[in-house]
Design a protein around this ligand. Structure first.
Ligand SMILES: Nc1nc2c(ncn2[C@@H]2O[C@H](COP(=O)(O)OP(=O)(O)O)[C@@H](O)[C@H]2O)c(=O)[nH]1
Ligand SMILES: [Mg+2]
Length: 264
């Protein structure tokens, strides 16, 4: 777990205190996630937490998805986290997507308090939106432990990253409901070993569905859109299921607090 929330300049604590501090931060985040999940459910809004390494194609996929959905009269909104700049929010706005940037500064992940603040900058009421995607900070480690109240967690693996990334970063792939293999238009150019990638995903995320997409060609976009708009819809994984990997389950949700308590 990454302790650097970027929200305050804390002195370096002793190891025992570091563990306690980390647990307290996660518990506070989990309380916020439960509240956000309640709110999203009340608004009937499907919410997706989108994670990947930097450059795997999250924003490009959302630009394309936003255009496709707009063509069908559906409204996508995006909260997008990066350490710095509002570049992605500008790209998304140019594609007609309502986008709110979060600059996290030193923090390598988004937390519920940041998302709660960004919600007020989205078009209201939220119930008029058809889909909200939270594009997390590009990182395959820190964001894994932070529940953002999403209904669906999607992890991207681009064909240019290497087929074994799920084995090297198992926690984040294990937490995924859906793994999206992106940039498949480049598969031949980089000699992507499809079978090896699917085996690596199945080894650490045996229950996750898998889709292959290209933001460039648009292949796989239809299936992806259907899945995101109805997060609970069944989707047959492309790869056969491997035996369950002995990984720890996600932490249970902590008791509820009020949304106001999340504000700094
Ligand atoms: N060929 C190809 N390039 C892509 C695709 N998706 C993204 N890219 C490129 O990959 C780079 C990183 O994309 P970006 O969306 O910024 O990734 P992010 O950091 O995950 O949001 C950019 O140069 C994109 O044009 C794709 O499907 N095919
Ligand atoms: Mg991006």
């Amino acid at each position: 777990m990454c302790l650097d929330s970027g929200s305050s300049a804390l002195p370096a604590p002793a190891p025992a205190r570091l563990v306690a501090l980390g647990q307290a931060l996660l518990e506070r985040n989990d309380r916020g996630a439960a509240l956000l999940r309640q709110r999203f459910r009340r608004d009937g809004l499907p919410v997706v937490n989108l994670l990947s390494s930097p450059g795997a194609g999250k924003t490009a996929l959302l630009e394309r998805l936003g255009r496709e959905l707009a063509g069908r009269g559906r409204r996508l909104a995006v909260i997008v986290g990066d350490l710095a700049t509002d570049h992605d929010a500008r790209r998304l706005a140019a594609a007609g997507v309502a986008a709110v940037p979060i600059s996290t500064g030193q923090s390598c992940h988004l937390e519920t308090a940041m998302v709660a603040r960004a919600l007020s900058q989205l078009p209201q009421p939220l119930s008029d939106l058809d889909l909200l995607v939270i594009e997390n900070v590009g990182n395959l480690v820190c964001p894994a432990a932070y529940d953002l109240g999403e209904q669906l967690r999607v992890v991207l693996l681009s064909v240019t990253e290497g087929e074994d990334k799920p084995l090297k970063y198992p926690a984040i792939f294990h937490s995924a409901d859906l793994v999206v293999i992106s940039k498949v238009d480049l598969a031949d150019a980089v000699a992507f070993e499809r079978q090896r990638a699917h085996e690596a995903i199945a080894a650490v995320a045996p229950r996750a569905a898998v889709l292959e997409v290209s933001a460039r060609s648009g292949s796989g976009l239809e299936a992806l859109a259907a899945r995101l708009l109805t997060p609970s819809a069944p989707l047959d994984p492309l790869a056969p299921l491997a035996p369950l990997a002995p990984l720890a389950p996600l932490a249970p949700l902590a008791p509820l607090a009020s949304l106001a308590s999340l504000q700094p």
